[in-house]
Structure formats: C-alpha cells, structure tokens
Design a protein around this ligand. Structure first.
Ligand SMILES: C[S@@+](CC[C@H](N)C(=O)[O-])C[C@H]1O[C@@H](n2cnc3c(N)ncnc32)[C@H](O)[C@@H]1O
Length: 257
C-alpha cells in the first residue's frame, strides 16, 4: 500500500506540473504526446503511407463464394469480422492443400482457415512456446501485447476441424522453417509486428511458398510502422512483390501471382 501511495502521489504531482508549467519546457511537452497517445490520440508523425495500390473486394471476388464462419464477433487481438470473411473467402477461392499461420493467438483465424480449406488440407500454426509467453505476460507492452493473453488455440481445440490443424511452437525469428520449404500454398503473417520480425517472417514465408501460392499480412495500416515499412521496401526493391496489394476496407496486404 505504501509503495502504491508513493507511486500515486508522485504521478499526481508530476501530472499537475506537466499540464501547467511543464508545457513551457520542451522535454516535458514530449511526455504530453505520450499521455495523449495512451488515451487514443493518433500522432500524425507516426503515420507511414502505404506505397502500393489497393484492390477492391469486387475485383478480388467477382463470383459468389459460400463460406463457413465461426466466432464472428472475435476479441481484441483478432482480425476484424470483414478480414475473417476475406481470409476465408480467399481460402475457398484458392483451395490450398497446405496453409501456414504466423501467430495462432486464440485460434479463431486458424479455425476459420481450416473450416474453409479442402478436407485433406493441413493448417500449420506457429506461436511462441509457453515459457516465452509466460515471460511476455510479465511485460504486456508494445509488440507482445497479445502474447500470452489467452490460451493459445483454444478456439479450435474441440472443433472437428482441429484434425486439420498442426500446432507449432517457437519464436519465428529462430524457428526452423526448412521442413516446409516450397510446400505451402497459403500463408498468413500476424505474429510479432516489429520491422525485423516482419522482414524475417516475410523472407521465411517466401521460402515456404509453393509456386502459385498466396501470402497475406495483417496490420497493413499507416499506424503500424513494422508491417508498412517492410512491405513498402519489398514492393520497391523486390520484383516478386510487384502484385502486392492492400485489400480495400481491410488492414490485409495480399501477394498473389
Ligand atoms: C495479434 S496476435 C495474432 C492474432 C491472430 N492472427 C488472429 O487473427 O486471431 C499475435 C500472436 O503472435 C504471437 N507472437 C508474437 N511474437 C511471436 C514470435 N516471435 N513468434 C511466434 N509468434 C509470436 C503472439 O503470442 C500472439 O498470439
């Protein structure tokens, strides 16, 4: 209690200073931005334009598609309902035999990928091992915000489609992807979101992709520096990315031959 009160009154005094005399001091003014961001202010200096074109849903899906969807509502950390529809529809359209997901989380997306994939398809899904999740739980900030927040994959554990799902454990920056090289038809990247992780996940995804395969990234939005900067760079520098598109109305980026 003593520790809490010390912290509370220190924060109270600091905030009063910051919001009055502090506005005259440059260094203190920087802290105001941090507080405002905590309360939802979008900092324009932290916005990264997306340099590749958008593709409208009507172009991506000119024909009608039947889908099977579960857990439509979702929770913080999941893809949006529309993104879930788009991912499931892409699976129906491309009929992948093997799928790979970076970032299992609660397994909502994994289950929907599996439900819409062909009967004999396999869905590999990678998340951090339990000890790394436990460490992340003690430091629930920034990029690892969703690590260890829920039991990994609990949304598909008792579903019939669980038979199609293979759980993998490891940090994607050091995981051995070589057994999957050139054998995956559909990849969804939504693990760690820093530049170095997104770049390494992207390189590993390309190595796993079988000819004609599809890759998607989540969080392709101006406020997500890691994903946006890495994809802009690949689009500019790597000819294999010339068909890269942001799917209109979503935060999904799609690379499709
Ligand atoms: C935003 S969540 C994924 C959400 C999920 N795709 C969905 O739609 O419900 C990110 C997940 O990536 C996992 N993750 C974070 N860093 C990782 C890493 N280095 N390697 C593997 N998984 C990681 C987290 O534990 C978390 O479960």
């Amino acid at each position: 209690m003593w520790q809490f009160l010390t912290k509370y009154f220190r924060a109270l005094a600091g905030s009063l200073f910051l919001l009055t005399v502090g506005v005259l001091i440059g260094k203190a003014r920087g802290r105001l931005a941090e507080i405002a961001e905590f309360f939802g202010w979008k900092n324009p200096a932290k916005s990264y334009p997306i340099d590749f074109p958008e593709i409208p849903l009507s172009v991506l899906f000119p024909d009608s598609i039947s889908l099977t969807l579960f857990d439509f509502d979702g929770q913080d950390g999941n893809v949006s309902a529309l993104e879930l529809v788009v991912l499931s529809a892409l699976v129906r359209k491309h009929q992948p035999r093997s799928l790979f997901e970076f970032g299992t989380f609660d397994g909502r997306t994994t289950r929907n990928l599996a439900e819409n994939a062909p009967e004999t398809a396999r869905v590999f899904t990678l998340d951090l091992p339990d000890d790394a999740l436990a460490a992340a739980r003690l430091n629930p900030k920034g990029d690892i915000k969703f690590a260890g927040k829920v039991e990994t994959g609990y949304k598909y554990k008792h579903a019939p489609s669980a038979a199609k799902i293979i759980e993998l454990k490891g940090d994607s920056s050091i995981f051995d992807f070589s057994p999957y090289h050139q054998s995956i038809d559909f990849i969804f990247i939504d693990g760690a979101h820093t530049e170095s992780y997104v770049a390494s996940d992207t390189r590993n995804a390309l190595a796993m992709l079988r000819g004609g395969g599809v890759t998607l990234w989540h969080d392709c939005r101006p406020s997500c520096e890691g994903v946006t900067q890495v994809l802009n760079r690949f689009y500019k520098e790597d000819a294999r990315f010339r068909n890269l598109r942001r799917i209109k109305g979503t935060n999904l980026a799609l690379l499709c031959p």
